[in-house]
Design a protein around this ligand. Structure first.
Ligand SMILES: NC(=O)c1ccc[n+]([C@@H]2O[C@H](COP(=O)([O-])OP(=O)(O)OC[C@H]3O[C@@H](n4cnc5c(N)ncnc54)[C@H](OP(=O)(O)O)[C@@H]3O)[C@@H](O)[C@H]2O)c1
Length: 241
């Protein structure tokens, strides 16, 4: 299935995996509608892209923003949601985690919910939706990740269920392991180096994921007509360790 002249909406397109995806999909000849909260970040990102792209500012956690976004789009072929906001800020021991912080972690889930619900009626035959979960849903970690893991689990389950309910729209989920993007910017330099270098040495693939590695996986999910309802872990083998 070619992406030539297809319309692809990417929410979370101004950095990291969403930006790498925008580059890859625009190279395939698609029209990419890049969305994220900051119009400045979007415009800056747009300057780096060769191809047909538009930018629209939207906060995917705000239902009215998402409704307005899809009111501006007559039809689309593929939707991808990578957006997640300040995920690592709410990492605290479970017994010390406030209800308020735990509930804010679920913003990521609601973003996926609003976007899929508003986009689905406008997705053309042969189209797809790709959600972003995370490996934490399947390989729980010790340090304050319980709620984030639950959010990622909810997104994966929503995606698999929608593959049936929204058929023939294909719905798939990507669960990345550690990917070297701005998500880790809140770590100290020492923490970051320890994690990335440690992963590099211990992962079966001996390689820490890049945004381009994940973009390649999403291209497969979007264009393979026999692929729906799967949760694709792209993790260098982390799940096995
Ligand atoms: N990187 C990893 O190691 C890793 C591991 C597991 C799972 N993941 C998942 O992979 C996905 C992508 O992560 P990434 O590493 O590419 O992150 P990133 O580099 O931080 O990019 C996040 C993107 O989402 C946008 N965004 C954030 N909040 C938003 C909101 N409320 N509404 C609309 N756009 C919003 C950001 O732009 P603005 O600031 O302009 O809004 C940015 O474009 C996330 O769902 C993350 O949970 C990543």
């Amino acid at each position: 299935m070619s992406l030539e002249n297809k319309t692809v909406v990417i929410i979370g397109a101004s950095s990291g995996i969403g930006l790498a995806l925008t580059h890859a999909i625009a190279r395939e000849g698609a029209i990419v509608i890049m969305c994220s909260r900051s119009i400045d970040k979007l415009n800056h990102a747009r300057e780096t892209i060769l191809g047909n792209v538009e930018v629209i500012a939207v906060d995917v956690t705000q239902e009215s923003d998402v409704i307005n976004l899809f009111a501006q789009i007559d039809s689309l072929d593929h939707l991808i949601i990578t957006a997640a906001t300040n995920e690592l800020e709410n990492r605290e021991r479970f017994t010390e985690l406030s209800t308020d912080k735990a509930q804010r972690s679920f913003d990521k889930f609601w973003g996926h919910f609003y976007a899929a619900r508003e986009a689905a009626p406008k997705i053309a035959l042969g189209g797809s939706i790709t959600f972003f979960s995370g490996l934490s849903a399947f390989k729980p970690a010790k340090q304050g990740m319980a709620v984030l893991a639950a959010v990622n689990g909810a997104i994966a389950t929503l995606g698999r269920s929608l593959a049936l309910e929204l058929a023939p729209i294909r719905v798939n989920v990507v669960a990345p392991g550690v990917v070297d993007t701005a998500v880790w910017d809140s770590l100290s330099e020492a923490e970051y180096n320890a994690m990335i270098v440690g992963m590099q040495q211990s992962l079966p693939a001996r390689h820490v994921g890049t945004a381009d590695d994940i973009a390649q996986s999403v291209l497969y999910l979007m264009t393979n007509p026999y692929t729906t309802g799967i949760v694709l872990t792209v993790d260098g083998g982390l799940l096995l360790t």
